[in-house]
Design a protein around this ligand. Structure first.
Ligand code: ATP
Ligand code: FE
Length: 334
């Protein structure tokens, strides 16, 4: 099948075309409008999606060299995400499909982050564990099949991407802070400082406490030396990054042990983090894991992963209809 897929859950407007499981185009328009606010402003995101969606879809079809009449279905992200942002993609997809008289497919954004692993080789073997780490989620997922997944544990407050972004903000780094903190950490000493993170029961996480510990750290150290942060920025970034990564890895290791699964994947925006990518590879040697780390373009939000998921849903005959509406809190488990 040939499918057009739309992603509009947060601040990226994206369209992709997939033909028989192969991605032919993946166009992403990022929204610069949020930079000056230091975070995503939902209302502005919706408006930018509204402006971007037609050019992005046109570009995707042009790049794929596919005409509208060749499409077999239109897919969209139903959730989780920002309601107003999701509405743009959902309404567009339904209208487009109605005009062409073809079916619509709804996709769960978190499931799609995981299925991004099936775009390129090497592909994980079932069952595998996926550490999904993004701006809104932190989950350890048992992936039994393409469309059969179980969340083993997740964050009870902030997502790890949020922890990266908020830590960066406290250090005075510009938005989006995660990638910037990563870059600075690369030249720092990860053992320079300690930032304790609470150990939650089972496979759950809690990252909201790190903000307070960073604030206290800044207060204590800038009293004697007001330039302390600027002078030690790489070491501070590396230490914060290490604390976050160690917390993730600890749970991932115990999940791998208890499920006896050695196929391990990471997904979501934070899987672009160089420290996490390296650590996962190091642990692969230590624990004889087969690890799967997505290409950078498929870590953060993109419609290619929505298209890949839609491809599997098409083959499984899972379609929705014109009554479909977004669900900002859509869950991954059945
Ligand atoms: P969700 O997928 O949970 O709905 P989202 O779509 O907003 O949330 P993604 O686009 O998957 O999230 O990921 C964005 C997050 O990834 C941001 O928090 C960003 O800071 C973080 N991120 C991206 N690159 C890096 C990096 N190199 N190091 C650390 N964090 C990063
Ligand atoms: Fe995402």
């Amino acid at each position: 099948p040939t499918i057009l897929a739309i992603e509009s859950s947060c601040d990226d407007t994206s369209a992709a075309v997939i033909k028989d499981g192969k991605i032919l185009a993946n166009i992403v328009a990022t929204q610069a409008v949020h930079e000056k606010y230091g975070g995503v402003v939902p209302e502005l995101a919706s408006r930018a999606h509204e402006q971007n969606i037609i050019p992005v879809v046109s570009q995707a079809l042009l790049t794929a060299n596919i005409t509208k009449s060749e499409l077999n279905a239109v897919a969209f992200t139903r959730g989780p995400g920002l309601l107003g942002a999701l509405l743009v993609g959902c309404s567009f997809a339904k209208s487009f499909a109605l005009g062409l008289n073809i079916p619509v497919i709804e996709v769960n954004h978190m499931q799609a982050h995981i299925l991004a692993h099936f775009i390129d080789e090497p592909k994980p073997n079932f069952p595998f564990l996926c550490l999904t780490v993004s701006g809104g989620h932190t989950q350890i997922v048992l992936v039994k099949n393409y469309l059969e997944m179980q969340v083993l544990g997740q964050t009870t407050d902030d997502a790890v991407g949020e922890a990266f972004d908020k830590s960066a903000k406290l250090l005075g780094l510009p938005y989006p802070g995660g990638p910037m903190l990563d870059r600075l950490a690369q030249t720092g000493n990860p053992n320079a400082y300690t930032f304790p993170i609470v150990n939650m029961p089972n496979y759950d996480f809690s990252f909201s406490g790190i903000k307070t510990s960073i604030l206290n750290f800044i207060k204590n150290n800038t009293q004697a030396n007001p330039n302390f942060i600027q002078e030690h920025l790489p070491d501070i970034c590396a230490s914060i990054q290490q604390a976050l990564i160690q917390t993730l890895m600890k749970k991932l290791v115990s999940a791998a042990k208890e499920t006896n699964i050695k196929e391990i994947a990471i997904a979501g925006g934070v899987s672009a983090n160089s420290g996490l990518r390296q650590t996962v590879q190091d642990y692969a040697k230590k624990y004889q894991w087969q690890t799967y780390i997505p290409a950078f373009q498929y870590c953060t939000d993109n419609a290619a992963m929505i298209a890949m998921t839609a491809h599997f849903k098409y083959l499984a005959g899972e379609f929705t209809n014109q009554y479909a509406s977004p669900d900002p809190r859509l869950k991954i488990s059945l």
